[in-house]
Design a protein around this ligand. Structure first.
Ligand SMILES: [Zn+2]
Length: 343
């Protein structure tokens, strides 16, 4: 399989991560890339660099004001004399009786407007890395549009928590959504299957009102797990998109057998939708040794999951999402890619 990777993915290296009131080291580190490349090297895959895709495929998903903000935020933040990384401290809320929130001129205000948590700090290199990550997804998509059965986009930073104009959860540009939107240029219907341990709230939000993109996510139950406010089974889409969003929340610690059973339901839904192509939002953080400890998939379990996804028989773009440092991360991507090719 062709593996798309851009070295600029490593430059974004934020230190700030606020969890339970404590600033701790950010787990979304460049070293993740080394483990994933090590895992790729276990198989007979070919690494390729993405071509520069320009802003058009990104702007097909994200709002102009959000992209303008991301491109200029670091420089503007530095002029405020703020900390090394831009982290929000004030957010607009929309509640009954309050006027619609305005769009401020201040970088601090815009940062609050475009974030829903403190887990997407912006540093000088963030925009370049996020754009390279998006270009990686676009290039993998083009390989599939050119006839490849599948391609793997080794994206960093990840993307599935980013909506059209909001970042959060280590995500800035939604690479999986960008891939799906690009596939829509060729196919009337496209499905996204998100197997990251966290609900893909950004992806869901982007396509929530649309009938042409089915979004399916299996994840740890948000009642006690990030992103907390989205990912419930009752979220089924709205308007024309009603019935085109499927959330399958799973109990904490769910293992291979129960997961595969739930996956069968997801695959059945995708088959019924009859899409022309598939995007897999490929988080590996559902593994039993991932530091987030949401689910308990084994390394062999990833091969079984991948095999079933491949058996759907659709042209597939695999987009790297989460999956954090553990001794098993390299073997987990190797297992998934092997399983996919065997399917
Ligand atoms: Zn995740």
């Amino acid at each position: 399989m062709k593996v798309v990777f851009d070295e600029r993915a490593r430059a974004h290296d934020p230190k700030f991560f606020l969890v339970n009131g404590a600033v701790t080291p950010c787990p979304e580190v460049p070293a993740r890339v080394d483990r994933l490349i090590e895992g790729v090297s276990f198989g007979s895959h070919h690494m390729v660099n993405p071509e520069d895709c320009g802003l058009a495929p990104v702007a097909a998903v994200h709002s102009p004001e959000y992209l303008r903000f991301l491109a200029t935020a670091s420089e503007r933040w530095a002029r405020t004399g703020g900390g090394a990384e831009a982290v929000p401290n004030v957010h607009p809320v929309h509640k009954e009786g309050m006027a619609e929130a305005g769009y401020p001129l201040s970088v601090t205000g815009q940062l609050g407007a475009h974030t829903y948590d403190t887990s997407a700090p912006i540093m000088a290199e963030t925009w370049d890395s996020a754009l390279a990550s998006a270009a990686t997804a676009v290039h993998a998509t083009d390989l599939v549009l050119d006839g490849a059965k599948a391609a793997y986009a080794l994206c960093r930073p990840p993307g599935h928590h980013a909506s059209a104009d909001m970042m959060g959860g280590f995500c800035y540009l939604n690479n999986s959504a960008i891939a799906a939107q690009r596939l829509r240029g060729r196919h009337d219907r496209v499905a996204i299957l998100d197997v990251d341990v966290h609900h893909g709230n950004g992806t869901q939000h982007i396509f929530y009102g649309r009938a042409d993109v089915l979004t399916v996510s299996l994840h740890a139950d948000p009642a006690r797990f990030y992103p907390f406010f989205w990912g419930y089974a009752a979220e089924r889409g709205a308007g024309e998109g009603l019935g085109r969003n499927l959330n399958i929340p799973l109990p904490r610690g769910t293992g291979d057998e129960e997961y595969l059973q739930a996956l069968d339901g997801a695959i059945e839904r995708i088959a019924h939708f009859a899409p022309g192509a598939l995007v897999v939002a490929l988080g590996l953080d559902a593994h039993e040794s991932d530091p987030f400890k949401g689910l308990a998939i084994t390394t062999e379990g990833f091969a079984r999951i991948a095999k079933r996804i491949a058996a759907i028989g659709l042209a597939t773009v695999l987009v790297q999402e989460g999956g954090y440092l553990s001794d098993d991360l390299a073997r987990n991507i190797a297992s998934f890619l092997d399983g996919f090719e065997a399917g």
